[in-house]
Design a protein around this ligand. Structure first.
Ligand SMILES: Nc1nc2c(ncn2[C@@H]2O[C@H](COP(=O)(O)OP(=O)(O)OP(=O)(O)O)[C@@H](O)[C@H]2O)c(=O)[nH]1
Ligand SMILES: [Mg+2]
Length: 305
């Protein structure tokens, strides 16, 4: 299966909840009137596009109809497609691998897919001939280090890990040293997701930051916040907490395959101002891709019937 098919397949639940329902509504409605707009609003909200973004989209449709830029309900889908693509246009910036090593810190609450994402990214960049080192900074959860080790083996890259319960900062320290000594291109740092409160989270991340900066003052070059698309609006709330504690440079949105809430991509951009950089569409090593706004919108609206 090609990447686009994989993406389309992954988005099929969102598409059924979103595009198919809009298409149905278009078929049933004679005009872009208040009833139509109310229904459209409901559909957008249920796909987790977000309240603010939904209002913006509805407003845009209303205005376009008033100005006769669109006339019938059948014009609404192409209009939304174009408008959403524009909203997302400067999202999906690429990950810059410039500094050597480029240090990428990966954060997010437990179970969102941090470790899996690191495995996928490690494999991706290794395929492109980058030398990758992984740091098992999650020493909190039993078997977390081993899980990363397995991904490291699949991706053919080194994993720096300590025993369970060790200080994550010590792992990061060793990993920084190793990445520099081994002339790695990229160092991915996995972190624990199960830090129960904000103070803990802040302390932990601050400590990790200090260690990183002691070796390379400009690092981390990227901080990826991993969000689980199946949690919809909850993901937005999680993101707000992390944005207060870490300088997040981009979002990795996972589990788009298992959800009808793919609209959250738009909310992340509109409500948080964060670019979505990568998306996960399955558990396998290849089940992810760089986020490309055009292709995403295309896959979202292309029913392929
Ligand atoms: N369907 C699907 N499952 C995914 C995706 N990404 C991760 N998962 C699954 O989500 C579960 C949790 O993934 P992990 O990578 O362990 O998540 P984590 O954030 O590292 O979790 P903690 O280490 O407990 O904080 C695993 O069963 C993964 O296989 C995705 O894009 N799609
Ligand atoms: Mg993990």
């Amino acid at each position: 299966m090609g990447f686009f098919e994989r993406l389309k397949e992954g988005l099929s639940k969102t598409r059924r909840n979103f595009t198919d329902r809009i298409q149905e509504l278009v078929g049933l409605s004679a005009a872009i009137d208040d009833d139509f707009l109310d229904e459209l609003e409901m559909i957008l909200l249920s796909a987790d596009v977000g309240v603010k973004t939904t209002e913006k989209l509805i407003d845009a449709v209303r205005k376009a109809a008033k100005k006769k830029e669109i006339s019938g309900t059948e014009d609404v889908i192409p209009f939304l497609k174009k408008y959403m693509a524009e909203m997302l246009a400067d999202s999906g910036q690429r990950t810059r691998i410039g500094a050597k090593p480029t240090v990428i810190l990966v954060v997010g609450v437990n179970g969102v897919g941090k470790t899996t994402t690191i495995g996928k990214l490690a494999n991706y960049f290794t395929l492109f001939k980058y030398k990758v080192v992984l740091a098992a900074g999650d020493t909190f959860r039993a078997a977390a280090g081993e899980q990363l080790q397995i991904w490291g083996e699949r991706a053919h890259c080194d994993v720096i890990r300590h025993a369970e319960g060790a200080d994550p900062a010590a792992v990061v320290f060793d990993a920084m040293k190793a990445a520099i000594a081994r002339k790695a291109d990229i160092l991915f740092i996995d972190t624990a997701g199960r830090l129960h409160n904000k103070a803990n989270l802040m302390n932990e991340l601050e400590k990790i930051h200090r260690i990183i900066k002691r070796e390379i003052p400009e690092a981390p070059h990227e901080t990826f916040l991993v969000l689980d698309a199946t949690t919809g609006q909850n993901a937005i709330n999680q993101a707000k907490v992390f944005m207060e504690t870490a300088k997040v440079t981009g979002v990795v949105l996972t589990k788009l395959d298992g959800t009808a809430k793919g609209g959250v991509v738009v909310a992340i951009k509109e409500e948080l101002g964060l670019p979505v950089k990568w998306i996960g569409v399955g558990e396998g090593i290849m089940d992810f891709r760089p986020f490309e706004p055009d292709k995403f919108v295309e896959a979202l609206f292309d029913s392929g019937k």
